[in-house]
Design a protein. Structure first.
Length: 183
């Protein structure tokens, strides 16, 4: 097994202990968010620049990713969505995009001191990290309130610095078989 595969792993990802999900917008963008409250979800669609109703009832509530290592950077492949990666859109907002839609965003994992780390540095099954996009800033959370509901989006351009929580499920993963094996 080569060094990159030894540093690749599968994990559930949370933001400050909150479950993360994707909101499907009318422009077919899957915006990464956390949601508080209940009722019909609405989200800011960065493509149309409007708030849109984005579905009915609860959405998938956990983000399961395969963190593929390339040297000291990671690509976050979303398990359960064929060939889909966590990437930044044209407005630098994180969402779920296929590798054919745009270039896949590379991330650097950072520790509490904002120093780059890899799986080699994560000895426990739970870890708190920061994410940084290549050649850009640390990932931040922008908060939106609309119709009595609170939503977030994640970007490197504006907002509050965001801590991400990893629940590492399997280490040294070349290619996961299926997301069901992690239920």
């Amino acid at each position: 097994m080569d060094r990159n595969n030894e540093r690749s792993f599968v994990a559930r990802v949370y933001s400050d202990g909150k479950k993360m999900e994707f909101l499907q917008t009318s422009s077919n963008a899957n915006i990464l968010t956390t949601r508080e409250g209940s009722g019909p979800p609405h989200a800011y669609d960065p493509i149309s620049k409007k708030w849109v109703r984005v579905g009915r009832g609860p959405l998938k509530s956990t983000l399961l990713v395969h963190l593929r290592c390339y040297d000291s950077h990671y690509q976050l492949q979303i398990l359960g969505k064929n060939d889909t990666y966590l990437s930044a859109d044209y407005d630098d907002i994180l969402g779920a995009f296929s590798s054919t839609q745009r270039n896949v965003t590379n991330f650097t994992l950072l520790n509490a001191e904002h120093q780059p780390i890899t799986l080699d540095d994560l000895n426990d099954p739970q870890a708190d990290i920061y994410l940084q996009t290549d050649n850009a800033g640390l990932i931040k959370q922008s908060l939106f309130e609309k119709w009595g509901y609170t939503y977030t989006c994640f970007t490197h351009t504006a907002g509050d610095l965001r801590l991400f929580n990893l629940d590492i499920l399997q280490r040294q993963v070349v290619t996961p078989d299926s997301p069901e094996q992690y239920d």
